[in-house]
Design a protein around this ligand. Structure first.
Ligand code: HEC
Ligand code: HEC
Length: 172
């Protein structure tokens, strides 16, 4: 028996080990590169919510969970409330300060890109999770859905910041 074959099991073990290490590095790389750094935070909703935020930001749509956007996005949104997607959502200086602090302190903790979109629906993670592989284009034309920003049309617990798959129901 040649020396090579005697050592075969050990060589196999070390080859597998090297492969395993290489694969876990690749996975770590994938995670860092996931959605090009535009990733939502976990959890999306902090355990403590803010009453002012809940009151002022849920009259026209659900109060979007702060972890869905990075801090820089929230600063932009809160800095432009007088021209907020075609409506005037202005607040007093004091209210604005309190809500901005809440949103910024609980913003996405996994956002590594330097981008700061104004919309959740424009982020890379949102687009990926809601692309045509996940949701057929006809769904978006359903009047019950209206807009991709209408999270609660499909996510039954969206107002609580719960987007888990067991609480999704696509309207018929
Ligand atoms: C007077 C109504 C009104 C109020 C009050 C309001 N919004 Fe909005 N908001 C809108 C409209 C209209 C849109 C666009 C919805 C759409 O595209 O379907 C919007 C969209 C958004 C979006 C982007 C959603 C997307 O497309 O991803 C964010 C983020 C947002 N609002 C945050 C806030 C915050 C934070 C507050 C509280 C300070 C607030 N809004 C209060 C009317 C309002
Ligand atoms: C037309 C229905 C629909 C609308 C509207 C919608 N979603 Fe979704 N969403 C889905 C479906 C279906 C999935 C599951 C995709 C999958 O299997 O990964 C999903 C997945 C998600 C996930 C990932 C869940 C997980 O556990 O991986 C998040 C977070 C999410 N949506 C947030 C939102 C937010 C925030 C909004 C509004 C700004 C929104 N969605 C609007 C249908 C919708």
């Amino acid at each position: 028996m040649s020396k090579y074959y005697k050592n075969f099991p050990r060589r196999l073990v070390s080859a597998l080990l090297v492969m395993g290490v290489a694969m876990s590095f690749a996975q770590a790389g994938d995670r860092a590169e996931k959605y090009s750094g535009e990733n939502r935070g976990k959890p999306a909703q902090p355990s403590q919510i803010n009453a002012k935020f809940q009151q002022e930001c849920s009259t026209c749509h659900i109060a979007y969970a702060p972890g869905l956007l990075p801090a820089a996005s929230w600063r932009k949104v809160m800095g432009g409330l007088n021209k907020h997607f075609g409506s005037d959502a202005s607040l007093t200086v004091q209210e604005n300060k309190e809500i901005t602090a809440f949103l910024v302190n609980n913003a996405s903790n996994r956002w590594s890109a330097s981008t700061a979109p104004l919309r959740i629906t424009e982020t890379a993670w949102f687009k990926r999770k809601h692309d045509s592989h996940e949701i057929p284009p006809t769904v978006w034309k359903n009047p019950k859905v209206k807009s991709p920003a209408n999270c609660a049309a499909c996510h039954q617990q969206a107002d609580r910041g719960d987007f888990s798959e067991r609480n999704i129901k696509i309207p018929k």
